[in-house]
Design a protein around this ligand. Structure first.
Ligand code: IMP
Length: 202
C-alpha cells in the first residue's frame, strides 16, 4: 500500500483525513507514526506558502509522498486578519475565549454586511519526484455578535454561517466535516491523487 506522511502532530486532523481519504488505497501516517521528528517554522505570508514550506521540510526526511495543510480565518473588515497568524493571534497559548472576545470587540458596531469572513484551508502534496501540488477550500460566513456553540475548536464559536443560521461551533461534527474549508480542500486533493496515482489507488 502506498504511504503518505501527513505533516501534522494533531491526531484530530489525521483522523479527519483518514476518514475523507478512506476509499483510496493509501496508508496515511502522522509524523509521529512515521518516526519523523521535525520542528517546522511556518514563516510564509500565505496559506499556500506555509503548506509548501511544511511539505518541503518533510520531503528532505523521507521518500514517501508528503501532505501538509495550513488554515485560518480571514476577516474582511480587518483586511484579512488574523489570516496566517490565526493560531498566533493575541499569543499562541492564549485561550480561544479571549481571542474570540477580542475579535468581537474589534468588530463592535460594525454592521452585518461588513462582518464577512471565511475559513481557508490549503493542502499541499509533494511527490518523490519533487513535484508539489496544492488545493484550496473555503467556507464563507460572518463574524457573529457573541460566542455561540460548544462544538469544533478555535474561532468556530464566532463564525456564523447564514445558510445554516448557526455558527460552525453549533454544527454537528458530521455537518461541519461535509461543508468545511478543510473538507473541500481535501476532496479536491483526493480527486488530484486519483488522477496522478491512477491504478496504484484502485
Ligand atoms: P493550522 O492550520 O493548524 O496552523 O491552524 C490555523 C488556525 O486557524 C487554528 O489554530 C485556528 O485558530 C484557525 N482555524 C483553522 N480551521 C479552523 C476551523 O475549522 N475552526 C476554527 N478555527 C479554525
Amino acid at each position: 500500500m502506498r504511504r503518505i506522511i501527513f505533516a501534522t502532530k494533531n491526531q484530530g486532523k489525521i483522523a479527519e483525513i483518514q476518514e475523507i481519504m478512506k476509499e483510496l488505497n493509501l496508508e496515511i501516517l502522522s509524523l509521529e507514526s512515521a518516526g519523523i521528528d521535525a520542528d517546522i517554522i511556518e514563516n510564509g505570508s500565505s496559506f499556500e506558502e506555509n503548506a509548501i514550506i511544511k511539505v518541503k521540510e518533510i520531503m528532505k526526511l523521507t521518500n514517501d509522498i508528503v501532505m501538509a495543510d495550513d488554515s485560518g480565518l480571514e476577516i474582511d473588515y480587518l483586511n484579512g486578519a488574523p489570516g496566517v497568524y490565526s493560531s498566533r493571534f493575541e499569543g499562541e497559548n492564549t485561550p480561544y475565549d479571549i481571542k474570540n472576545n477580542k475579535i468581537l470587540s474589534m468588530l463592535e458596531g460594525v454592521p452585518d454586511e461588513k462582518r464577512t469572513a471565511r475559513f481557508v484551508c490549503v493542502i499541499a502534496v509533494g511527490f518523490p519526484n519533487g513535484e508539489i501540488i496544492t488545493t484550496k477550500g473555503t467556507i464563507e460566513g460572518r463574524i457573529g455578535y457573541e460566542i455561540k456553540g460548544e462544538n469544533g475548536f478555535g474561532y468556530d464559536p464566532i463564525f456564523y454561517v447564514p445558510e445554516y443560521n448557526m455558527t460552525t461551533a453549533q454544527m454537528s461534527p458530521q455537518l461541519k466535516n461535509q461543508i468545511s474549508h478543510r473538507a473541500k480542500a481535501l476532496n479536491q486533493m483526493k480527486a488530484q491523487l486519483r488522477i496522478r496515482l491512477g491504478e496504484i489507488l484502485e
